[in-house]
Design a protein around this ligand. Structure first.
Ligand SMILES: Nc1ncnc2c1ncn2[C@@H]1O[C@H](COP(=O)(O)OP(=O)(O)OP(=O)(O)O)[C@@H](O)[C@H]1O
Length: 293
């Protein structure tokens, strides 16, 4: 029988505190003081500078959203931090300089990312995908020793991302949202402590977006999480803080309310200078949607 995945079986189901704590740790873990510190980051493609002079600090417990118009340099920034784009300046995590290192070493140092399109092994089951991700961390010898047993971290990740009931389902038949959760689970079993997520809720249903937001909250309390996102409703529901990029630079940073009322952000998003006249009615901010207007 084909298992039909539903939103209810996925990340919306609250995991037990034990699984989340066991996998993510608690405030007393050694990762408490982890943070991403980017300074003077610059990425050029030939003569075109896609990212310039970017400073960014993101700490554990601060679910950071990175927004900006198309082409602002958000994905390029993630590419630079994860070793996919060569960059100058500095990007440090856990006290280590990431720039100039290979993608695999950066991953081993606890930095994980997702892409706009989920990249899971479609023919393999949820469990197999997680086990491979865990194996990437364990190394071949440990993998051989553990063959047959489901590693504890994999069990915990299954529960945390709400895919326990779908563990034996082929990843290819998962709903779109569930694939994203699987990818996030794969980062967790790889022991990523900096998670850079590129548009994780694109194409998701409302229920899937809500479930993802709750999941990111849980993870963000114990890991350093940066979310690139265009979905402004999602941002306003779940962001602790926001960095706005424009033309390769940081334009504004602050709480949702702060950036929403920043005239420079308004101008970029609306494409025209903000009126200096007092509004006659409640003005819609740049991060508002049709629902709000
Ligand atoms: N490999 C590349 N070679 C040349 N130019 C590139 C390359 N990758 C990105 N760019 C350019 O760099 C700029 C920033 O692109 P990037 O994908 O980082 O933007 P973004 O903010 O993530 O946009 P979006 O929201 O549309 O994903 C764009 O002008 C893009 O065309």
């Amino acid at each position: 029988m084909t298992h039909v995945p539903t939103a209810e079986t996925a990340a919306g189901a609250e995991p037990t505190g034990t699984a989340a704590e066991a996998l993510l740790g608690t405030d007393s873990t050694r990762f408490r003081h982890d943070y991403l510190e980017v300074r003077g980051l610059r990425v050029a493609f030939g003569g075109f500078v896609a990212v310039r002079d970017v400073d960014l600090t993101v700490t554990q417990g601060d679910l950071r959203f990175l927004i900006g118009p198309n082409g602002a340099g958000k994905t390029t920034l993630i590419d630079a931090v994860t070793g996919l784009a060569s960059a100058t300046g500095s990007a440090r995590f856990g006290g280590k300089e990431l720039l100039g290192r290979g993608t695999h070493r950066i991953a081993r140092d606890g930095v994980g990312r997702t892409f706009q399109t989920a990249s899971v092994f479609e023919e393999l089951t949820v469990l197999q995908n997680l086990d491979i991700a865990a194996g990437a961390r364990r190394g071949p010898l440990t993998m051989l020793r553990r063959r047959g047993a489901v590693p504890e971290a994999v069990e915990q990740a299954l529960e945390l991302v709400g895919l326990t009931a779908l563990r034996d389902t082929a990843a290819g038949v998962l709903a779109h949202g569930q694939k994203q959760w699987l990818e996030i689970g794969m980062l967790l079993v790889q022991d990523a402590h900096l998670l850079l997520l590129d548009e994780p809720v694109a194409g998701m249903t409302h229920a899937e977006r809500e479930a993802t937001g709750e999941l990111l909250r849980r993870i963000g309390s114990q890991r350093v999480v940066v979310v690139v996102e265009h979905d402004m409703d999602f941002l306003r529901s779940f962001a602790d803080s926001v960095t706005v990029m424009h033309q390769g630079q940081v334009l504004a940073e602050g709480t949702v309310a702060e950036v929403q009322n920043d005239p420079a952000v308004v101008e970029v998003y609306l494409g025209s200078p903000v009126s200096t006249e007092p509004p006659t009615t409640q003005a819609a901010g740049p991060l508002t949607t049709q629902e709000d207007a």
